[in-house]
Write a protein that binds this ligand. Structure first.
Ligand code: TXD
Length: 328
């Protein structure tokens, strides 16, 4: 049986207080600034926005601060180029790095982004030793591993954002096809945030009704394929960068679950220690997210071919990780 219920009470017994309501966002690019905007608009937390480019985070912070006044919100933001200013954050989000250009895969970003992410994690942790880390930079699963490695934190305090985004794309495509509200659709995508991600139609439902009872297999395959290529489709259209509205919304949903201890079951890149037959790897799996970070990993039943596909995805993540570690 899936293991979700087991450790709930155990974890609650710890009675650990939720993290400080300050989020540091490292990288004030499209994803970072859009995430800042969402956090502020919901008054979820104060935000410290950091970027390497002088003036950039400060300018965005001033603009967002005025928006807060217009909307009569109270959460505050500052922009900075100095890690010292991120001190005392409860969550550090790493979104610094380069985004994909047309024709580039997420993995092409590997070496360029590895050194940026490792340095960002190291510096941020120095000033916020209590923080949880949420990684967004691509290639996601590898960057999350490197962040965990360099910070030396307990695995549940480090996670990567990708599954919420991938699942939301599938959700949108199914909703569009069926002509129903996306809210009524629930989807599950496992695996690495790459071409080998594993959308699981068997576990996708419309208000509890499996989509396999509502949509032809060939159409489901098209929707799944479009999900796998969802990021690339946007990169191709934009030509100058990648998606950022849905990525920011996805990260914000995870942050809300952590800061408000909502215990939502959301897919995240989490450290596996035997779950799904995998060890010592960060990979997308359903997680319960609360104030301690990844509080529990749900292991759903998979068929033999689904397990094989998941392990293929894991093998590709591992290969990239080894490359990154050799070069670093
Ligand atoms: O699902 C997911 N995980 C993703 C991942 C969804 C969307 C985007 N995804 C990845 O996030 C994307 O492939 C990139 O690797 C990151 C950031 O994407 P974004 O679209 O925000 O990229 P931008 O707009 O180029 O912004 C990157 C910012 C930019 O302002 C740089 O100046 C800054 O990062 N940057 C740095 N900040 C601090 N420190 C250092 N060293 C640094 N280097 C660059």
């Amino acid at each position: 049986m899936p293991n979700l219920a087991g450790s709930t009470s155990q974890l609650r017994d710890f009675g650990i207080a939720c993290q400080a309501h300050q989020v540091a966002i490292i990288g004030a690019g499209n994803v970072g600034r859009t995430l800042a905007q969402r956090i502020l608009a919901q008054n979820l937390a104060d935000v410290v926005l950091l970027d390497i480019v002088p003036g950039l985070p400060q300018g965005i912070a001033l603009d967002l601060m005025a928006a807060q006044s217009v909307e009569e919100n109270h959460s505050k933001i500052i922009g900075t180029n100095t890690y010292e200013d991120t001190a005392g954050s409860g969550i550090v989000v790493i979104t610094a790095g380069l985004a994909r250009k047309p024709g580039m895969s997420r993995d092409d970003l590997l070496h360029l982004n590895a050194s940026i992410v490792v340095e960002a994690a190291r510096q941020a942790q120095q000033y916020s030793p209590q923080a949880l880390f949420l990684v967004i930079t691509n290639p996601l699963d590898v960057m999350t591993y490197l962040t965990w490695q360099v910070t030396g934190l307990e695995p549940q305090r480090v996670m990567g954002m990708a599954g919420v985004l991938d699942a939301s794309r599938l959700q949108a495509f199914i909703a569009g096809y069926l002509g129903v509200c996306p809210r009524d659709i629930s989807t599950l995508v496992l695996g690495g945030h790459g071409d080998l991600m594993l959308p699981l139609p068997r576990y996708c439902t419309v208000r509890g009704v499996p989509i396999t009872e509502l949509i032809e297999p060939a159409i489901i395959e098209q929707l799944v394929e479009r999900t796998r290529n969802g990021g690339a489709e946007i990169v191709q259209l934009l030509q100058t960068g990648g998606a950022y509205y849905a990525p920011a919304a996805s990260a914000c949903t995870m942050i809300a679950s952590i800061l408000n201890n909502q215990s939502r079951l959301l897919p995240a890149a989490a450290y596996l220690q035997g779950e799904y037959g995998l060890r010592d790897i960060f990979l997308g799996v359903p997680c319960r997210l609360g104030c301690r970070g990844v509080e529990n990993i749900l292991e759903v039943q998979l068929t033999e071919s689904e397990i094989e596909a998941l392990h293929r995805s894991a093998a590709s993540v591992r290969q990239n990780l080894e490359q990154a570690q050799q070069s670093g």
